[in-house]
Design a protein around this ligand. Structure first.
Ligand code: BEZ
Length: 258
């Protein structure tokens, strides 16, 4: 997970506690990656490193990068035997091209998608593979629509507050083909996601992920927006006392042309 908007900040411990589903859901992408002993693999937007550690169990040499210093610090504390670096995935480069790039729940935070795609292609050896899962078109539309509606109604919304890039398969495949990838597999699927902490779940989600909208507001304005977003999303997202959010994923397997 990576942040590329000035207003988004991360509390890494809280993220691990309340949003553990993020790495939990990444396990299938790790299966697509099928890491092999000795391979050099970059975890592009590694967050607090849980999937880096999972990949390292194969004997692969993992290097995790993330824009958030807090996330990298937590990853280093949890997995001191692994290699991590604070870096911007939109522009990262290496002199030692990797065998594979893995990315879970991170690419949608990198709004300069062409630059990110170029950086990934340049960081891979010819025939190296990219396995990525991230938010696709329609992802968390209930929440982003409510944030936009509520903040627009109060006159507090600006388009630049939206920190996310949620493409369709068509858009994303054509983007990475242009920088030298061949797309071998791609799926776009709904993954309704139950939030932890019952009634409190939506507010926790907004506190964790919606900083680029909410951090522009005064404390009082923020309370109003959070309450109104909760009420707007409730009919669609509250089921039997649990918040169920309309996550949609793209999972993609692509190979860098030789
Ligand atoms: C996601 O993983 O799809 C996501 C998480 C937080 C905000 C937006 C999207």
């Amino acid at each position: 997970m990576t942040i590329h908007h000035g207003q988004q900040q991360w509390d890494a411990r809280n993220y691990d506690r309340s949003m553990s589903f993020v790495s939990g859901f990444g396990q299938e992408a790790v299966q697509w990656l099928n890491p092999q002993a000795g391979e050099r693999i970059i975890d592009w937007g590694c967050g607090t490193g849980d999937l880096s550690a999972k990949i390292a169990e194969s004997g692969a040499k993992i290097h995790g990068i993330d824009f958030s210093q807090e996330m990298i610090q937590e990853a280093m504390t949890k997995y001191p035997h692994l290699s991590f670096e604070q870096a911007d995935g939109q522009h990262w480069s290496t002199i030692e091209p990797a065998d594979a790039i893995f990315s879970n729940a991170a690419l949608h935070w990198m709004k300069d998608a062409p630059s990110t795609a170029r950086a990934m292609a340049n960081a891979l050896r010819p025939d190296g593979r990219l396995v990525a899962e991230f938010g696709g078109k329609g992802n968390v539309a209930s929440i982003s629509t409510a944030l936009k509606d509520v903040m627009t109604a109060h006159g507090w919304y600006e388009e630049s507050m939206n920190p996310w890039y949620f493409p369709s398969i068509g858009e994303y495949a054509s983007l990475i083909e242009q920088v030298g990838f061949r797309v071998m597999q791609a799926i776009h699927f709904d993954r309704p996601t139950i939030l932890q902490d019952g009634e409190q779940g939506m507010e926790n989600w907004l506190d964790t992920f919606a900083g680029s909208y909410l951090n522009h507001l005064t404390k009082e304005q923020r309370t109003i927006v959070v309450q109104e977003v909760i009420e707007q999303t409730r009919p669609q997202c509250m089921e039997d006392g649990q918040w169920v959010v309309d996550y949609c994923r793209i999972r993609i397997y692509a190979v860098r042309n030789g």
